[in-house]
Design a binder for this molecule. Structure first.
Ligand code: ATP
Ligand code: MG
Length: 711
C-alpha cells in the first residue's frame, strides 16, 4: 500500500506511516501546522479500505466545514489503489450534516433556521413587544445562548444578576420557545437534540456504534464540549477513534471550542497512543521559522518546534503602509506584478483578513484594478449594507434625491415612524403632490406625536445641510445625530462587543468617505461596488478558477496557498481590539476575572496570527497599516514580539536601503531592513525625509546604517 502511495508521489515519513497503521483503539495525532495531519487521515482511510478490508460504510470522517469535507472526499477518491466505488461510500461529514441526518432518520421533520438575520428579526420583534430597550442586540442573545448550549448547559444556567442579564435570558427563552412552537431547529439544536436522542434511545446508539467502527476527526482542536460528548458516545465501546489537531490552531474558543479537550485527551482515554509529527512539508523555512517564533510566545500550549524541509531564500515581506487604502493599493500592485512577471497565477494567491469589515478597502481595490477575485465572505454582508451603515447612506441618498423611495423607506424607523404606515401616508400624499420631498409629506400625518414631529424637523434640517458637505463630514454629522450618544453610553450592561462592531462599521465608513470630494461620487462608487458584489454571488465557487481568494483567517483554517497576504497585522486589528481591552467587553463572556479573560483572548488572537502565517507555502506578505480608521496604531505585538526576541538570540545581517517604488505616481522612498526573517520597509515621502528620519527599522527598531549611501 505504501509503495503504491509513493508511486503516486505521496511519500509518507516514518511517524506518518505509524499513524496510518495504528487502526485500533484511540489515537491522537497532535502536531503543528502543515505537518500532514489531514494527509494522514486521507491515507489512513485508504489503508482501512485497502489493507484492513474495512467496508467503506463503517468509516466516518468528521471535519468542520463542507469545503474541507468535499476536499477530503476528493483526495480519498484520488488514491490510486483504492476503488472509486468504495471511496465515495465513506462518510466524510461535518458535525452538523452528520447529526442532522441522524435526526431525520429518527423522524425529525423540523424545518432548519439557518439564516441569522431572520433569527435576529424574530427577536427584535419580541423586544419591541416587550418594550425592551434597543440596547440589547439580538446577536448577543443568540451567541450567548449558543455558548451555553455548546458547553452542555441550558438557559437555566444563564446569569440573572443584572437587569440586562434578565432581559437576555428572557429573550433567549422566547427564542427557544418560538422554535419549539414552530417546529424549527437551528444548528445548535441539531447537536443538542442528537445528544438527548442518543442518550435516550439505546437501540439507535447501538446501531450507530456498530456501523461506525472507525471514526476520525480532523481539526479536533476546535471541537466544543457537546461535539466531544457526541463523538465519545458513537465510538464506544471499541473506541477506534483517531483525532488529529494542533492546539496552536484553536481559533473558535469564542464559539465554545475548548483547547483542553485535545490537551486532556489522554485523560479521557488512558490507553491512547500518541503520534507527534514535526516536519512541516507545506512552507519554506523562513515561513516556518516565523510561525515558530510567533507561536512560541503563547504560554498555554504543548511545546513543539516545527522543522522545515524546504529551504528557500525568499523571506517573508513586511510592509507598513499609511492606511488600509494604501495597503490595498500596494497589494493590488504586487499581485499584478507577480502575475505579469509570470511567476504566479491569480489562484495561487490568498488575502487573509481578521473581520468582515476589514476587507472593505481590499475588496474595492481589487474590483477597481480588475483583478479577478472571489470573496469568501459573500455569505455575509456587503459592507455598505451593514445595519449601521445603510441608514447613513440612505440619508445621503435622500439628501441628493428627495424623491428616492428606497432611501426614504430605510430612514423611516429613525423618525420613530413605522415603515408601513409611513409609506402608506406618503404614497397617498405623493399622488396629490408628486414633486414634493418625500419627508415633507409626513408632516401632515394626523396621528403624529410631538417627539415624532420634533424628530422629523431635525432630520429635515439635516437633509438640507448634507448636499453642501464633503462626504466625510456628512457621515460624521449623521453619525453624531444617530449613533454617538448610544455608542458612548455605558449605563447598562449591554453587549459592548456589538457596540464595538457598530463603531467599527461607522469608522470604516468614515475612512471610505474620506476618499471622495462629493457625495454623488461616493454614492456612485458604492453603486458600482454593489454591482460587483452581486456579480460575485453568481460566480460559482470553483476551486480551480483563476481568481485571487479573499477570506477571513478563520475561514482559511486547514487550507494552503503558494502566496499569502496577511493584512492588518496591527494592534486593534490582530490582536482585535476586543482582546486588548476585555475589561470593557467582559459582559459578553462568561464571568472569569477580566485579566484571565484578556490573557485567553490574546492567546487566541496570537493563534490566529499563527494560522494566517502557516497557510503560506512559498511567499508570505505581512502588512500593518499605520493609520486605521483615522487613528494611529502600532505594529501588532505578535510581529513586534518576534523581532525583539530574534534580536537577542541571533546576530542579524541587516542592510539598510532606500527603495523607490512605483506604487504611486509621486516618488516614494522606503527604508529597507533585511534580516534573516524579514524585509521591512517603511514609506517615506521624500528623499530629504529619508535622510533625516531616524534610521531605525520600523519592525525591530535596530539601527540601520546612515543616510545617503542607502539611496
Ligand atoms: P494544517 O495544520 O494546516 O491543517 P496539516 O497538518 O493538516 O495542516 P496537510 O494539509 O495534510 O497538513 O499537509 C500540508 C502539505 O504537506 C500538503 O501540501 C501535503 O500534500 C504535504 N505533505 C504532507 N505529508 C507529506 C510528506 N510526507 N511528504 C511530502 N509532502 C507532504
Ligand atoms: Mg489539516
Amino acid at each position: 500500500y505504501f509503495r503504491g502511495l509513493e508511486q503516486q508521489g505521496i511519500k509518507l515519513n516514518r511517524s506518518q506511516i505509524d499513524a496510518v497503521r495504528e487502526v485500533s483503539g484511540p489515537l491522537l495525532i497532535l502536531a503543528g501546522a502543515g505537518t500532514g495531519k489531514t494527509s494522514v487521515l486521507v491515507c489512513r482511510t485508504g489503508y482501512l479500505l485497502r489493507v484492513e478490508q474495512v467496508a467503506p460504510q463503517n468509516i466516518l470522517l468528521m471535519t468542520f466545514t463542507k469545503k474541507a469535507a468535499d476536499e477530503m472526499k476528493e483526495r480519498i477518491a484520488s488514491l490510486q489503489d483504492v476503488e472509486k466505488r468504495q471511496a465515495i461510500q465513506v462518510e466524510v461529514r461535518t458535525f452538523h450534516s452528520f447529526f442532522l441526518q441522524i435526526l431525520r432518520h429518527s423522524g425529525y421533520r423540523h424545518e432548519m433556521v439557518t439564516n441569522d438575520k431572520f433569527k435576529q428579526i424574530i427577536l427584535k420583534k419580541k423586544m419591541r413587544e416587550l418594550g425592551l430597550a434597543d440596547e440589547i442586540q439580538p446577536e448577543s442573545v443568540l451567541s450567548l445562548l449558543s455558548f451555553y448550549k455548546m458547553n452542555g448547559k441550558t438557559i437555566k444556567n444563564m446569569p440573572e444578576k443584572s437587569q440586562a442579564d434578565k432581559e437576555i435570558k428572557q429573550l433567549a427563552a422566547f427564542y427557544e420557545q418560538w422554535k419549539k412552537e414552530n417546529n424549527k431547529l437551528d444548528f445548535d439544536d441539531v447537536l443538542t437534540e442528537a445528544f438527548s436522542l442518543l442518550k435516550h434511545d439505546e437501540r439507535l446508539l447501538k446501531t450507530l456504534q456498530q456501523r461506525f467502527q472507525y471514526v476520525m476527526v480532523d481539526e479536533f482542536q476546535d471541537t466544543n464540549p457537546l461535539q466531544y460528548e457526541l463523538i465519545k458516545l458513537i465510538v464506544a465501546p471499541q473506541n477506534n477513534l483517531c483525532v488529529v489537531g494542533d492546539d496552536d490552531q484553536t481559533i473558535y474558543a469564542f464559539q465554545g471550542a475548548k483547547n483542553d479537550i485535545i490537551l486532556n485527551f489522554d485523560r479521557q482515554y488512558p490507553e491512547v497512543k500518541t503520534v507527534v509529527l514535526t516536519i512541516n512539508y507545506r512552507s519554506t523555512s523562513p515561513i516556518v521559522g516565523l510561525g515558530n517564533a510567533v507561536i512560541r510566545q503563547n504560554k498555554e500550549r504543548k511545546e513543539k518546534q516545527l522543522q522545515s524541509t524546504r529551504k528557500s531564500s525568499v523571506v517573508p515581506i513586511y510592509f507598513r503602509p499609511w492606511s488600509t487604502d494604501e495597503e490595498a493599493e500596494w497589494i493590488a500592485e504586487e499581485i499584478r506584478r507577480k502575475v505579469n512577471e509570470g511567476g504566479s497565477q491569480f489562484k495561487d494567491i490568498a488575502i487573509l483578513h481578521r473581520t468582515a469589515s476589514n476587507s472593505r478597502a481590499i475588496f474595492e481595490q481589487l474590483a477597481l484594478d480588475e483583478i479577478p477575485f472571489f470573496d469568501y465572505g459573500m455569505g455575509g454582508h456587503f459592507f455598505y449594507e451593514h445595519s449601521s451603515v445603510s441608514p447613513v447612506l440612505a440619508y445621503m441618498r435622500l439628501a441628493l434625491n428627495p424623491l428616492d423611495w428606497h432611501a426614504f423607506e430605510t430612514i423611516l424607523p429613525t423618525l420613530y415612524i413605522q415603515r408601513e404606515s409611513g409609506m402608506q401616508q406618503v404614497h397617498a400624499e405623493q399622488i396629490r403632490n408628486p414633486r414634493q420631498c418625500l419627508i415633507d409629506h409626513l408632516v401632515v400625518m394626523r396621528s403624529l406625536k410631538p417627539y415624532q414631529l420634533k424628530s422629523i424637523e431635525q432630520k429635515r434640517k439635516l437633509l438640507q445641510q448634507l448636499p453642501s458637505l464633503e462626504p466625510k463630514e456628512a457621515v460624521m454629522r449623521i453619525r453624531r445625530q444617530f449613533f454617538d450618544k448610544y455608542l458612548e453610553t455605558n449605563d447598562r450592561q449591554t453587549d459592548t462587543t456589538q457596540k464595538e462592531s457598530m463603531k467599527e462599521q461607522l469608522d470604516e465608513l468614515e475612512a471610505s468617505a474620506n476618499r471622495f470630494e462629493k457625495l454623488a461620487d461616493m454614492l456612485n462608487f458604492i453603486k458600482d461596488m454593489k454591482l460587483r458584489h452581486e456579480q460575485m454571488k453568481n460566480v460559482a465557487n470553483d476551486p480551480e478558477a483563476d481568481v485571487v481568494k479573499l477570506m477571513t483567517i478563520h475561514k482559511s483554517k486547514g487550507l494552503e496557498f503558494p502566496v499569502v497576504f496577511f493584512i492588518g497585522a496591527s494592534e486593534g486589528i490582530v490582536p482585535h481590539v476586543t482582546a486588548i481591552d476585555v475589561k470593557k467587553y467582559e459582559d459578553m463572556k462568561l464571568k472569569i476575572t477580566a485579566e484571565a479573560e484578556q490573557f485567553k483572548a490574546l492567546e487566541e488572537e496570537r493563534r490566529l496570527a499563527y494560522v494566517a502565517i502557516t497557510r503560506a507555502k512559498e511567499e508570505l506578505y505581512i502588512s500593518s497599516p499605520v493609520f486605521y480608521r483615522g487613528k494611529k496604531i502600532e505594529v501588532s505585538r505578535f510581529i513586534k514580539d518576534v523581532f525583539t526576541l530574534e534580536e537577542k538570540t541571533t546576530t542579524l545581517n541587516r542592510t539598510g536601503k532606500v527603495r523607490e517604488s512605483s506604487m504611486e505616481k509621486r516618488k516614494v522612498y522606503a527604508w529597507i531592513c533585511t534580516s534573516s526573517n524579514c524585509i521591512a520597509w517603511q514609506r517615506i515621502e521624500s528623499h530629504e525625509e529619508a535622510v533625516q528620519l531616524s534610521k531605525n527599522c520600523p519592525l525591530c527598531s535596530s539601527p540601520m546604517e546612515k543616510g545617503e549611501k542607502h539611496v
